[in-house]
Structures are given as structure tokens and as C-alpha cells.
Ligand binder design. Structure first.
Ligand code: GLN
Length: 344
């Protein structure tokens, strides 16, 4: 468990906490101990490199919008970000092109289908949203630059701003993705057929495989989430990662589509914007308050980290984090609360 300041401070930030009797630090230790013995779920093996993950790896990190860190377990262990990259690359496309040109290529409707489904909107021919592979590949196609290396550099440095440190690609995973990515190629060719992606198709796919192979830790995921919770500014470095006006779009799309075909039940039960990846990561955002990063490789049938889902459900329940929790008015007025005046 990393050192933190005090629990009074987190109580203040979590002005909407249901109960001040559940200090965050102790809760994380308890949840880690409770869910570590779980044996459900299966490590992803459709990309051979991912199959090497140890099912016992498990880390939970929380970083508040004023930079306090609460951690337990394997929070420094690197793994590939996978689909958690998708909202962030979408944010980069929004920043580069603006909302409407991006909307013309990628929709914002949930699909209820698996992330790798080969299906486009029959009327517009667009992918349904940027969280499924089709939408993510179309989004990667939008990232600009004078040549391919510059496009990759833009993408990698964007992740670096969120993490507050330079990030790197896991070359073995990247090569493994590329070797086995035939379904993604099929999706890309279908989109080329409809003029949704440019003929620089191979570059879009390479960018997509690279973004999925970016190495992060649970701590990094929490920092990325905290940056979104903080309106786009990294709470530790003070660097802006994305213009504030686009943050709400990332959070909305994560809220409705971030957890694969579990997104509806997640929004219902947990109620905070989140994104998961087949590397075992889950990133979740409590706007204005904190970011959560969890790493545990065994996945459920929908592709979400089993322990990660359990932990988020518990955190949401114990701290009243659900966006529609009754009894408080939401993050925009959280500063009106104090620890004393917070609803109990
Ligand atoms: N690289 C993975 C793929 O396209 C990303 C999937 C994921 O995390 N859901 O298959």
C-alpha cells in the first residue's frame, strides 16, 4: 500500500460518500484480500503473447484529482493497455479534427455486440462507436501526421501526457497482434469498401496494433483516469492531456460503451465511466474526484477482468460512486460539500 496523506482529505473529495466509516485505504486492502483468491475467468489467449500472463497478478490503484495515491498489490507491473487505448485515441482524433468530422466517420451508439464484431451501421456505414474494433480502427485512421512515424509519435506522446511519463510499446505483443489480426484486417477492408477509412489502411491497422500494445501499469491507468476526472489535466505533472471541452465526450462514450457487451449492466450496477482491455486492465473515472486503475488478467466471458469488475462494483457500492446515486447533486458542485456537510 503506497503512502497517502490522510483519509479526512479523501472524505472531503468524496463529499458524496455514503459513509465516512469506510476509509479508502483499508477498503482497498480488504477488497484485494477478498478477491485475490478468486479462480474464475481465463487469461486471454487469442493473441499468443497475452497467454503468458500470470492469473495471480492483481493490483488496484486510485489517484485523486489532487494527486493522492492509494494502492495495493501489483500496481507497478506492466501490461498492454489493449482496448483501454480506444477512448484516448478517440480524444486525440477529436482534438485534431473537432467533433463533427469525427462523428461523420464513427458513431456513438452502443452495439450490444462483442468488441470484434464485423458489423457497421446499415444506413451510414459508420462503425457504431469508437470502443468496438471497427470504430477504433476508423479512429486510428484519423490521426494525422506528415508520415507514419509522426502519427505513431503523436499517439505515443498523447499517452505519455496522461501517464505523466514516457510510455513504450511492447514489441512482442505488437508483433503477436499483427500476426494474428486477420479479423481486424477484415473489418478494416469492409470499412474501406464503404469509404469510411482512407486507403492508408495498412497504416491505420499498424497504428491500431501499436496503440493496443502500449505498456502501462495499474498506477498509470489510475493516473490516466484521474487526468480525465480532473478535466484533462494530469493531477501530478499539471500537463494538459486533452482540451477540457472533449473530456465529456470520452466519458460519455465510456459510460455507454466502455465495458464491451456488459456496458449496459455496468452502467446500471456500477454507474461510472470505464473502459476495459483484454490485457486485464480496467480504468474507471469518478469525474471531479478520482481515477481507478485495476489490473488482473483473468477475464469473464465478455472480456472484462473478473476481479476488476468485482472491485469496481464494491467501490461503487461502498462509496456511493454511481453517477445517479441519490442524495447528492454530482461532481460539478462537489466543492460545496465539506467533510462535515457531506451527505451521510
Ligand atoms: N488488440 C485487441 C484486438 O483488437 C484489443 C482488444 C481488446 O482489448 N478488447 O483484438
Amino acid at each position: 500500500m503506497a503512502e497517502t496523506t490522510n483519509n479526512g482529505e479523501i472524505d472531503l473529495l468524496l463529499g458524496r460518500m455514503k459513509s465516512a466509516t469506510a476509509p479508502l485505504r483499508g477498503t482497498l486492502q480488504e477488497l484485494h484480500a477478498r478477491f485475490a483468491p478468486l479462480t474464475e475467468g481465463k487469461v486471454a489467449d487469442y493473441i499468443p503473447e497475452l497467454a503468458k500472463a500470470d492469473p495471480n497478478w492483481f493490483g488496484i490503484s486510485i489517484i485523486t484529482t489532487d494527486g493522492q495515491v492509494f494502492e495495493v498489490g501489483d500496481c507497478k507491473h506492466s501490461f498492454t493497455i489493449q482496448s483501454i487505448s480506444k477512448p484516448f485515441v478517440y480524444g486525440l482524433a477529436l482534438e485534431e479534427l473537432g467533433l463533427e468530422p469525427v462523428m461523420a466517420r464513427v458513431g456513438v451508439e452502443p452495439t450490444g455486440e462483442a468488441f470484434n464484431s464485423i458489423v457497421l451501421d446499415e444506413v451510414s456505414n459508420r462503425p457504431f462507436n469508437p470502443m468496438v474494433n471497427a470504430g477504433a480502427i476508423a479512429t486510428s485512421d484519423l490521426i494525422g501526421g506528415k508520415d507514419f512515424p509522426e502519427r505513431v509519435t503523436r499517439m505515443i506522446s498523447m499517452f505519455g501526457r496522461y501517464c505523466g511519463r514516457p510510455v513504450h510499446i511492447d514489441n512482442s505483443v505488437f508483433l503477436s497482434e499483427r500476426m494474428t489480426g486477420h479479423r481486424n484486417r477484415a473489418i478494416a477492408h469492409l470499412m474501406l469498401n464503404f469509404g469510411i477509412v482512407s486507403p492508408r489502411l495498412d497504416e491505420a491497422l499498424e497504428l491500431y496494433f501499436q496503440q493496443c500494445s502500449v505498456l502501462v501499469t495499474a498506477h498509470d491507468l489510475a493516473m490516466m483516469a484521474a487526468t480525465l476526472a480532473n478535466g484533462g489535466v494530469n493531477p501530478v505533472t499539471g500537463e494538459r492531456a486533452i482540451p477540457q471541452k472533449y473530456v465529456k465526450y470520452l466519458l460519455s462514450i465510456m459510460h455507454s460503451c466502455g465495458m464491451y457487451d456488459y456496458a449496459g449492466e455496468w452502467a446500471f450496477r456500477v454507474g461510472i465511466p470505464a473502459k476495459s482491455g483484454v490485457g486485464g486492465g480496467i480504468l474507471a473515472v469518478v469525474p471531479g474526484v478520482l481515477g481507478i486503475g485495476i489490473f488482473s488478467p483473468p477475464l469473464d466471458a465478455k472480456g472484462n477482468s473478473v476481479r476488476g469488475v468485482h472491485v469496481c462494483r464494491e467501490l461503487s457500492e461502498q462509496f456511493g460512486l454511481h453517477s445517479f446515486e441519490s442524495g447528492f447533486a454530482g461532481s460539478s458542485i462537489k466543492n460545496q460539500f465539506s467533510a462535515q456537510r457531506a451527505p451521510r
